[in-house]
Design a protein around this ligand. Sequence first.
Ligand code: FES
Length: 107
Amino acid sequence: ETFYRATLCRCGLSQNKPFCDNAHIKAGFTATGEPPLKDTPALEARDGPLRIAPTVNGPLKLEGNAEIVTGTGHTIARTTKVFLCRCGHSANKPFCDGSHKRVGFVA
Ligand code: FES
């Protein structure tokens, strides 16, 4: 399928991973807040294929031209490879910080 924007689960509770199904609302999930803003250099291209693959009981691995935008509309990363938390326990959301191992996340 082709997506230009997608809302990905980061609370770990969606029944439709890697996509959000609003399970976070019922669960009362709270995020860690917005990551610090920093300058991220523009990518050479903004289009092209983006591969999103869940790792085994771990984060989502994104490969391809990607821009990560916060809920308030700030672009916090422009990257061609990034691991995004899907267990809900990272202290550095939306990025994986390895906490999935500590909490024994099972996808
Ligand atoms: S997937 Fe949540 S910390 Fe790695």
